[in-house]
Design a protein around this ligand. Structure first.
Ligand SMILES: Cc1cc2nc3c(=O)[nH]c(=O)nc-3n(C[C@H](O)[C@H](O)[C@H](O)COP(=O)(O)OP(=O)(O)OC[C@H]3O[C@@H](n4cnc5c(N)ncnc54)[C@H](O)[C@@H]3O)c2cc1C
Length: 378
């Protein structure tokens, strides 16, 4: 069957699903998307106005070719739609010089010739007075980095997919995905529809929809907290996103409106989310203690009373590497799950890879390290 005539279901039109729908529709597939809410909602893994985009990867340099592919597609989606989805303000990776993530980021920069600056503690303190720099600290400024607007991106990708012919069923929960001899059946409360292939991108609901998944995806509850600066230091000419590696790993983003700074924590500090349909969206005062501590130690010019708190969910695999590829025993079902806190920046590339796998059964992109094929651990 030609790619142009393939019928593909996209189950979950969130971060990955909206990009997959765009890439599939752009290639002439007949695309039908389903989402339990509507694209751009804030009840799942996306929301809170900003996500970090980086070119250098401190976790694993194998992501860099995928980030390059994503980078080109970010530009393409912006050009096709005329929307500013991403702004390149830079990203500072800060922390002790001898921290292993400093070494990995410098390796990934050297291996791929990425645009960057290395700053010692003195330079860092002078140029970025909003941070309290400690002895032995250094930073790497990734220049092809900055922030992405998550809600706008999802809505823009979904609308672009619709302009290219995709249909999206909003407020429609997929109850079951049933592989059949010549494809796959998608079951909702309204009935059943037949497709050649399904791309499954349900984020934190992956264990609900696919209870027999052979890998563990641990769904965690993530708090984003916004703080207002007490001085002008935060909103000078340079407004990079930032990540601190140690002693506590956390990150932050100056808000695009120049009013506040959003902070977030790392995996080890997130509580289990429990049932994704009953996410606890209240933040208890004791959950804020760690944020107050971090502000006192590293960013004393932020007022430690938060002006906004939001709660989201994300699925983590054991290795923090996502699951991308066919579902075991169901080659017509392409799974994308477990993005472990770093999927947004890569989402156009993952959408494109999903389109490759759904239409051609294979992808030219180097995804062996995240593929579901021959994967023992999660
Ligand atoms: C607070 C926070 C901060 C983050 N910061 C960054 C960052 O700075 N940079 C970065 O790159 N990444 C970041 N991430 C990670 C990134 O946001 C996620 O990896 C990414 O959004 C996951 O996308 P997804 O498509 O898997 O899930 P989602 O975007 O949640 O999409 C899943 C969709 O499936 C729908 N759905 C679920 N079940 C069904 C069903 N049965 N039927 C129909 N629809 C269904 C949901 O409604 C939802 O729309 C962050 C994540 C969080 C939570």
């Amino acid at each position: 069957m030609s790619a142009a005539r393939k019928r593909v279901a996209v189950v979950g039109v969130g971060t990955m699903g909206s990009q997959a729908a765009w890439r599939l529709a752009a290639r002439g597939a007949e695309v039908v998307g389903y989402d339990r809410f509507a694209p751009g909602h804030d009840r799942s893994a996306a929301g809170g106005e900003t996500r970090i985009f980086r070119s250098a990867h401190f976790e694993d340099s194998r992501y860099v070719p995928l980030l390059r592919h994503a980078d080109a597609l970010w530009e393409q989606l912006q050009q096709e739609t005329g929307r500013e989805l991403r702004r390149l303000t830079g990203c500072l990776l800060m922390g002790p010089t001898d921290h292993h993530q400093m070494a990995t980021v410098l390796e990934s920069i050297a291996e791929h010739g990425l645009d960057h600056e290395v700053l010692d503690a003195e330079l860092l303190a002078k140029r970025f007075p909003q941070f309290r720099i400690e002895d032995g600290d250094a930073a790497v400024l990734d220049r092809r980095a900055g922030f992405i607007r998550p809600e706008l991106t999802i809505q823009t990708a979904a609308r672009r997919a619709e302009e290219l012919g995709a249909r999206i069923h909003r407020y429609t929960t997929v109850r079951e995905i049933v592989p059949v001899a010549d494809g796959v059946e998608i079951r909702t409360d309204a009935g059943s529809e037949h497709f050649d292939t399904a791309v499954v991108t349900v984020g934190p609901w992956v264990n609900d929809l696919l209870p027999d998944l052979p890998w563990e995806v641990d769904i965690r509850r993530l708090i984003s907290a916004w703080y207002v600066p007490t001085t002008d230091a935060w909103f000078g000419e340079e407004r990079p996103a930032f990540i601190r590696t140690a002693p506590t790993h956390f990150y932050g983003l100056p808000s695009p409106d120049g009013v506040s700074v959003k902070l977030g924590l790392s995996r080890a500090l997130h509580r289990p989310a429990g049932d994704p349909n009953r996410l606890d969206r209240e933040v208890a005062p004791e959950e804020l203690e760690i944020f107050t501590e971090l502000i006192g130690r590293h960013m004393p010019d932020l007022n430690p009373d938060p002006t906004r708190l939001s709660v989201y969910m994300e699925g983590y695999t054991e290795s923090s590497r996502p699951l991308v590829g066919p579902l075991p025993g169901a080659e017509n079902v392409v799974l994308l799950a477990g993005f472990s806190g770093h999927g947004f920046k890569l989402s156009p590339a993952f959408g494109d890879i999903a389109a490759d796998l759904a239409l051609d059964g294979t992808t030219p992109r180097p995804i062996d390290f995240i593929s579901t094929l021959d994967r023992a651990e999660a």
